[in-house]
Design a protein around this ligand. Structure first.
Ligand SMILES: Cc1ncc(C[n+]2csc(CCOP(=O)(O)OP(=O)(O)O)c2C)c(N)n1
Ligand SMILES: [Mg+2]
Length: 390
C-alpha cells in the first residue's frame, strides 16, 4: 500500500518527548529515535512493569480484587503508541493496554485509582472492572469488556475524524482471540471501504485464556486477513521494540495521509496467567513458560541499550529507584482516596440528563478529574524529569 508523507501537525503533541541534540549511539537512528527517546521508552516499559507487579502484590494481599496484566506486551505497546499525538489522536484500549495508556498520558496514580476503584478514578469512578482503563482528558476511550467491540468504537472515532477533517488517528488494540469475533469483520470492512484513519493492533500472545492460537485461527498471522479487506497488514516481533516503533510510525503515517487502516500484528508474550483468577501452569508446559521468560522484552531491551552504550548500570539502578518511588506514591495516595458513594452507583451508567453525568467534556464531581485529589496528566513524565509527581 502506498504511503504518502503525513500532513503537518496542526494540534496536539506526539507522545514522544522533544528530541534533544544530544549525542547519539545511532541505535535508533534509522527509525528516527535518539538515545534520549530510547531511554524514555525503556523507562516507560520499566515503570509499567513495576506498576503491574505491584498490582499482583496488592491482589495477593487482598487489597485489589482483580488484576489483568500486560507483562510481555510492554515493548510493543510503548513503541506503537508513542507514534500517536497526545491530546489529539485517540486510543481505544483493551484490558492489557497498561503500557499503552501510560504512554498516551495516564499516570501511575490514575492507574492505581482504577485498581482501588476509588471515587475519583478517571476510568469510571470505580464502576468498571479493574484494568479497564479510560480517560476522557487523555483521549482514551473507556475499555469495552466484550472483546472485539473496541474496534467498532475506533472505527466510529475515525469516521468522525474523517468527516470533520481533524487529522486525527484512532488506534485500538485487541488480542488474537478477539480477532475471531464478528466485530472484526464488520469494523475492518467498513474502515477499509471508507479509508478511515485507523490502526488495529493485534497483540498476539498465543492464548485466549487457556485456548492456544492453533485452536483459534487456522492461519499463522491474523494480519494475513488484511488482504481480504484491501488494507495493509504488518506482522512484527513484539519483542523487537525498534521494529514495533517503525511499524507503528508507518501505520500512523498511512492513516494520516489518507492511506486507510492497518492491521498491525505484534507477536508478544503472555508472561502471567490470563488474570489473577487464572493459573496458567494448569495448561501451559513448564518448558514453554521458561522459554517465554527468556524472551521477556524488558531485559532484552535493557541489554540492547547497554550493548549500544545508551544505558549503564548506574543509570538503570536510578531508573528502578525512581520508578519504585513513583509507584509507592501512587499506591499509598490512591489507597487513601475516598471510595465511591453507594448512593451514586448508577451515575454515569445510564443517561440521566444530568449535566456532566456521562460526558467526557464535563466530568461529574465523582467520575472525572476535577476533584482536588485527581491525578493530572503527565505526572509520570514530570517525575521522569525530576519533579515531584503530582
Ligand atoms: C464477547 C466476549 N466473549 C468472551 C469474553 C471472555 N473473555 C475475556 S478475555 C478472553 C480471551 C481473549 O483472548 P485474546 O483476544 O487473545 O486476548 P488476550 O487476553 O490473550 O490478550 C475471553 C474469551 C469476553 N470478554 N467477551
Ligand atoms: Mg491472546
Amino acid at each position: 500500500m502506498a504511503t504518502k508523507a503525513p500532513p503537518k501537525p496542526t494540534k496536539g503533541t506526539t507522545a514522544k518527548a522533544p528530541t534533544s541534540a544530544a549525542k547519539s549511539s545511532g541505535l535508533g537512528a534509522d527509525v528516527g529515535l535518539t538515545d534520549a527517546d530510547l531511554l524514555e521508552m525503556y523507562r516507560m516499559m520499566l515503570t509499567t512493569r513495576l506498576l503491574d507487579e505491584r498490582m499482583w502484590v496488592l491482589n495477593r494481599a487482598g487489597k485489589v480484587p482483580f488484576v489483568i496484566s500486560g507483562q510481555g506486551h510492554e515493548g510493543a505497546q510503548v513503541a506503537v503508541t508513542r507514534n500517536l499525538r497526545r491530546g489529539h489522536d485517540w486510543f481505544v484500549p483493551y484490558y492489557r493496554s497498561i503500557a499503552a495508556v501510560m504512554t498516551f498520558g495516564m499516570t501511575p496514580r490514575e492507574i492505581m485509582l482504577a485498581q482501588f476503584a476509588k471515587s475519583n478514578d478517571p476510568s469510571s469512578g470505580g464502576r468498571q472492572m479493574p484494568g479497564h482503563y479510560g480517560a476522557a482528558h487523555h483521549n482514551i476511550l473507556s475499555t469495552s469488556s466484550p472483546v472485539g467491540t473496541q474496534l467498532l468504537h475506533a472505527v466510529g472515532i475515525a469516521l468522525a475524524a474523517k468527516i470533520r477533517g481533524t487529522d486525527q488517528v484512532a488506534l485500538t488494540s485487541m488480542g488474537e482471540g478477539a480477532s475471531n469475533q464478528g466485530d472484526f469483520h464488520e469494523g475492518l470492512n467498513f474502515a477499509a471501504i471508507h479509508k478511515l484513519p485507523m490502526i488495529l493492533m493485534i497483540e498476539n500472545n498465543g492464548y485466549a485464556i487457556s485456548v492456544p492460537a492453533r485452536l483459534q485461527i487456522s492461519i499463522e498471522n491474523v494480519a494475513d486477513r488484511a488482504s481480504a479487506y484491501g488494507i495493509a497488514g504488518v506482522v512484527v516481533d513484539g519483542g523487537d521494540v525498534l521494529a514495533c516503533y517503525k511499524a507503528g510510525r508507518e501505520a500512523v503515517e498511512r492513516a494520516r495521509s489518507g492511506g486507510g487502516p492497518t492491521i498491525l500484528e505484534a507477536k508478544v508474550l503472555r508472561l502471567t496467567g490470563h488474570s489473577s483468577d487464572d493459573q496458567q501452569t494448569k495448561y501451559r508446559p513448564p518448558e514453554e513458560l521458561a522459554e517465554e521468560k527468556a524472551r521477556d522484552p524488558l531485559p532484552q531491551f535493557r541489554a540492547l541499550l547497554m550493548d549500544a552504550g545508551v544505558l549503564d548500570e548506574e543509570t538503570d539502578a536510578r531508573f528502578v529507584a525512581e520508578a519504585q518511588r513513583i509507584i509507592d506514591d501512587a499506591t499509598d495516595w490512591a489507597e487513601a482516596q475516598p471510595d465511591p458513594d453507594p448512593a451514586k452507583a448508577m451515575l454515569s451508567v445510564y443517561a440521566t440528563g444530568e449535566p456532566g453525568a456521562h460526558s467526557g467534556a464535563a466530568p461529574s464531581p465523582e467520575v472525572g478529574t476535577d476533584a482536588e485529589s485527581a491525578a493530572p496528566a503527565g505526572a509520570i513524565n514530570a517525575a521522569f524529569s525530576g519533579e515531584e509527581p503530582v
